[in-house]
Ligand binder design. Structure first.
Ligand code: NAD
Ligand code: RM4
Length: 253
């Protein structure tokens, strides 16, 4: 029970990595607040998985790209759970697109959701933590893509480098308040975000071959690392990034 008594907020919790984080945090004793957007069936499935764990749960719909969603999410979490101890910025999109053909709307929406959304949400959660005066933990789901490029991801990889940079600057700004800020960098994790990309058997086999642990990741592989960073076991860890990629990044030859 590494997170006993902690109130954990997670964006994009209706499926994939966000859902796995919510479930693992609740299994470790946390009460959870879940942001979701346009995915009622998905958030219902997350709620159904959480139900048997017996923790307090609140769900709040909102587009993270809008600053007001952040204020509403944090306010609802505080009203229901009594405060915020951990905030996980997870919501993200990756519409695979060739660089030379990517229209401005795709670039702008990807930036708005992945980077602006992370910024507004992190700022709202941090303001609440400062007001509480008991410190806290902020965790951004960045990516291996913060460190390397992707052929069809020129509008996406800068957002993942951006959220990592956001955590580094927040670590400095918020250290004096006892708020730790870290990013998690997943490798290739099988979720809806890359279902189409990995449907190509050649691409899938190539990715699997590159991973020293021999398999693509599962959402719960990422959740374990988030629990560690959220917990008091990581009390002296801030400004750090942890790759959760089965060794993909280091596998040059
Ligand atoms: P996913 O598509 O399964 O989940 C994304 C979640 O974000 C969904 O719940 C979706 O509804 C939500 N979301 C999308 N737009 C939103 C918005 N505007 N407001 C609120 N919520 C919104 O994909 P996933 O793989 O679980 O992705 C989660 C995070 O992990 C993303 O930030 C992604 O960049 C990151 N990531 C994923 C991988 C991977 O290989 N799957 C690797 C590295 C990083
Ligand atoms: C990640 C990484 C993965 C890709 C997802 C969508 O950051 O690039 O390989 O599948 O994004």
């Amino acid at each position: 029970m590494l997170l006993e008594g902690k109130r954990v907020l997670i964006t994009g919790a209706s499926r994939g990595i966000g859902r796995a984080i919510a479930v693992e945090c609740a299994r470790q004793g946390a009460d959870v607040a879940l942001n979701w957007f346009k995915d009622r069936a998905g958030i219902d499935a997350t709620l159904a998985e959480l139900e048997p764990l017996g923790r307090r749960v609140v769900e709040v719909e909102g587009d993270v790209a809008l600053a007001e969603s952040a204020e509403r999410f944090v306010a609802r979490a505080v009203a229901t759970l009594g405060g915020v101890d951990v905030f996980v910025s997870n919501a993200g999109v990756c519409p695979f697109h060739a660089f030379l053909e990517t229209p401005p709307e795709v670039f702008e929406r990807t930036m708005a959701v992945n980077l602006h959304g992370a910024y507004y949400m992190t700022q709202s959660a941090a303001r609440q933590m400062r007001a509480q005066g008991r410190g806290g933990a902020l965790i951004a789901i960045s990516s291996i893509s913060a460190l390397v490029g992707g052929g069809l991801q020129a509008h996406y990889t800068p957002t993942k480098a951006g959220v990592h940079s956001l955590m580094q600057s927040c670590a400095i700004a918020l250290g004096p308040h006892g708020i730790r800020c870290n990013s998690v960098m997943p490798g290739t994790i099988e979720t809806d975000i890359n279902r189409e990309d990995l449907a190509d058997p050649a691409k899938r086999a190539y990715m699997e071959r590159r991973i020293p642990l021999g398999r693509l990741g599962e959402p719960r592989d990422v959740a374990g690392c988030v629990v560690f960073l959220a917990s008091d076991l990581a009390r002296y860890v801030t400004g750090a990034a942890v790759l959760v990629d089965g060794g993909l990044f280091v596998n040059l030859q």
